[in-house]
Design a protein around this ligand. Structure first.
Ligand code: ADP
Ligand code: MG
Length: 253
């Protein structure tokens, strides 16, 4: 197995809060890893450290051998990132926005056209591709943000709470896309605060709690450890509330 993401003893302090406090894990190439934890547990901070957007106070991360602190551009050329609240250009159409992002990556015209058409079709955006983003629903914006993160064919994709606010049908498309990419060898890091979502999408789950790793393993391994390690309360607190039920159904059936 080949290591794709290495995280060693990462700590990040914000005033009197340790957003991360000694986090270490290794993610293999082609793995779909879930980062599961309540709001404030440190998920987004860890992702931003991997992208070189936040500097850790201690520890070392590498993505495909590159240290984002040393070579942030090298990492960003190789990693697709969907932030928690993606910001898009409201007065471009979906197609224009993807065209713009493809240009930033230096894609030639032919691959650009081909990939934009591919994602428009895969994400069911064809009809509204020429409409302005300002008129898009949250689900459509999310699909554009994900397409933009994929257009460079990255080796690693980091998705921060990417199913939030999606309709069940879109959530299913996103899930299928993630699983297909991983089967092609792309490494996926996917954060969520909902246990059922992590379980439906991820092979292996890292549970973060107040900046520390509480447990790690496949969902069945975690369930087996649950009674010894007192994870039951954690599982309960991470179980999706009723507003998330439709998404969970969308991705599990
Ligand atoms: N830029 C920041 N300034 C101050 N505190 C921050 C900042 N970013 C995150 N934090 C704090 O760090 C902790 C972890 O936050 P975050 O990584 O966003 O967690 P999660 O994504 O799991 O909700 C929280 O207590 C949060 O308030
Ligand atoms: Mg977050």
């Amino acid at each position: 197995m080949t290591t794709s993401i290495s995280i060693e003893n990462i700590a990040k302090n914000y005033g009197n809060v340790w957003a991360l406090n000694g986090v270490s894990t290794t993610i293999e190439k082609g793995e779909v890893r879930g980062l599961l934890g309540a709001n404030g547990s440190g998920k987004s901070t860890l992702m931003k450290i991997l992208l070189g957007l936040v500097r850790p106070d201690n520890g070392l991360v590498t993505i495909e051998g590159i240290n984002p602190q040393v070579n942030p551009i090298g990492v960003r050329q190789m990693v697709g990132y969907v932030p928690e609240t993606p910001r898009l250009y409201e007065f471009l159409s979906g197609i224009e926005y993807l065209d713009f992002v493809a240009d930033l990556h230096g894609l030639d015209n032919e691959s650009k056209k081909e990939r934009i058409n591919e994602y428009m079709a895969a994400f069911d955006l064809k009809e509204q591709g020429n409409d302005l983003i300002s008129g898009y629903s949250m689900g459509m914006r999310q699909k554009i943000a994900i397409s933009a993160a994929l257009i460079n064919r990255p080796h690693v994709i980091i998705l921060d709470e990417a199913l939030n606010g999606l309709d069940p049908r879109t959530a299913k498309i996103v899930k299928d896309t993630i699983i297909k990419l991983a089967s092609d060898g792309v490494t996926i890091l996917f954060s969520t605060h909902v246990l059922e979502i992590a379980e439906a999408i991820c092979q292996k789950i890292t549970i973060l709690d107040k900046g520390r790793i509480l447990a790690e393993g496949s969902m069945s391994e975690l369930r087996a450890q649950a009674s010894q390690a007192n994870l039951e309360n954690i599982f309960l607190s991470l179980t999706g509330s009723s507003d998330i039920r439709a998404i969970v159904e969308g991705i599990t059936h």
